[in-house]
Design a protein around this ligand. Structure first.
Ligand code: 2M8
Length: 464
């Protein structure tokens, strides 16, 4: 069955309506079309390789329709892990022409010894948010045959531990028990307004003019929905500098960008908790993982929570201090275990507040779509990439954070809004949160994958 172009659900979901079943079938078709034999591309033309956090979300969706593929998706990614423990943000597909995506394998290569690549596949040298242990646990949890899936967990456990070790040692650039990111692409929310101030000095017309002809993204998506050439100038300058230092992590002063991000660290804490669940299955000790998950949660509250605002913000380790830009990344921190109750309550209230909640007047016919950035801010742009549009993965993360906080009504509102939107607009990369209109590339894998996951959930689900 798993070799067919169309994937049939293997999980019995008896409460599903015929409309929901049809939506699930369409989502499974997107994942089948984007499957490349050992991994899934985020989108056929715009992103023709394997991406790290995409694969984690995709595996969660695949687990509902093709358990073997879900396991293989994560195993392929883990096979590209570097000796220092990092999981690269892109694993390049050798069957895809090198110039199909910019920056391609040749750009990243010179500083990354070939020995870094166990799979024989070239990789990038930066990372993305650590959703992988959570994804591995979900794949196992959804397996029709858990005894068979336990072997997959046993193989994944040690690489996942080394991944978290890397993040909490070499990447603890601030020394406060959180992982730092050294490139906006590492946040996954590449051109978030939260990075504007840190990137200002790295943007230049000259660099933009150099990057412009190399960009491939604008062949597939309109310029009004993508970052600008000046953003690309900064991205390329930062990545080239890191590469030229042999991807050494050093201290904040060694980087042009060094930030502690609330979404990245919230996902790390949640994934560390998943490692505790995995440890219990594979015969390891869950206790150190649980303790570490709670330590990251406590560090999040201590370092990134602003009590005056009642919100999590990124911390700029070079400039010093919190970046007072209201991003949905701050809401994503709710997925962390170990947050004080008062912090959780106040941040959960922000989700439904005027910046991110259902728009009072122009409610889209599809319902509530969570904006990625503050809709009341001057920088808000509802269709430009991470500067306002609604994304399935952020919605999924914030929804799980709300469930952790006991806010099931708001969590269900988020799920309903996204599901209605994909039903009308299709599985787009992102959506205008004010109109429900699809934007970016169509047939986007994590939108389809997380639709499958949201469709399978119901309030009595023992997951949370
Ligand atoms: C986007 O990022 C890549 C660079 O990594 C790009 O624009 O070329 C982001 O949305 C990122 O979060 C995502 O993982 C990637 C693939 O979907 O695309």
């Amino acid at each position: 069955m798993e070799h067919a172009r169309t994937l049939a659900p293997v999980i019995d979901v008896p409460w599903r309506t015929a409309r929901q079943a049809a939506l699930a079938d369409r989502a499974a078709e997107v994942l089948a079309a984007n499957w490349r034999g050992r991994h899934t591309v985020p989108a056929a033309r715009l992103y023709p390789h394997q991406w790290s956090w995409d694969s984690a979300f995709i595996a969660i969706g695949l687990a509902h329709v093709a358990q073997h593929r879900a396991q293989l998706e994560l195993a392929t990614l883990l096979g590209a892990q570097w000796p220092d423990g990092r999981i690269p943000h892109i694993v390049f597909d050798p069957d895809t022409p090198a110039d199909a995506y910019f920056p391609g394998p040749r750009f990243w290569g010179p500083g990354a010894p070939a020995a870094h690549v166990r799979l024989g596949r070239a990789t990038s040298g930066i990372v993305q948010p650590p959703v992988h242990a959570r994804a591995a646990w979900e794949v196992f949890r959804l397996a029709p045959d858990r005894d068979a899936a336990a072997g997959f967990l046993r193989r994944a456990y040690e690489p996942l531990c080394r991944w978290h070790d890397y993040l909490l040692t070499r990447r603890d650039l601030g020394g406060g028990g959180l992982a730092a990111i050294v490139h906006p692409w590492e946040s996954g929310m590449d051109n978030s307004p939260a990075w504007d101030a840190a990137l200002a000095g790295l943007k230049s017309d000259e660099g933009g003019a150099q990057a412009s002809p190399m960009r491939r993204d604008l062949h597939h998506v309109g310029a009004a929905q993508r970052p600008g050439d000046d953003d690309y100038a900064a991205y390329i300058a930062l990545a080239a500098a890191y590469r030229d230092r042999g991807y050494a992590d050093g201290t904040p002063a060694d980087h042009g960008f060094a930030v502690e991000d609330p979404l990245f660290n919230g996902l790390l804490a949640d994934s560390e908790e998943a490692l505790a669940q995995i440890a219990a299955v594979v015969g390891a000790d869950p206790a150190p993982h649980l303790a570490r998950a709670h330590r990251v949660g406590a560090a999040l509250a201590a370092r990134l929570y602003d009590p005056a605002a009642g919100m999590f913000f990124a911390r700029d380790l070079r400039a010093g201090g919190l970046v007072a830009s209201w991003s949905a990344a701050g809401l994503g921190a709710l997925i962390s275990p170990g947050l004080p109750g008062e912090v959780t309550d106040r941040v959960a209230a922000q989700v439904v507040g005027r910046r991110f909640g259902p728009p009072p007047a122009r409610r889209p016919r599809t319902g509530w779509l969570l904006p990625s950035a503050d809709r009341t801010a001057a920088e808000f742009d509802p269709q430009r990439y991470w500067r306002g549009p609604s994304w399935a993965n952020l919605t999924w993360v914030v929804r799980r954070g709300l469930l952790r906080a006991g806010r099931t009504g708001a969590a269900d509102g988020l799920a309903r809004g996204l599901l209605r939107t994909v039903e009308h607009a299709g599985f787009h990369e992102y959506f205008d949160p004010e109109t429900g209109e699809g934007a970016g590339t169509p047939d986007f894998s994590w939108t389809a994958a997380l639709t499958l996951d949201l469709l399978a959930w119901r309030p009595s689900d023992p997951r949370q």
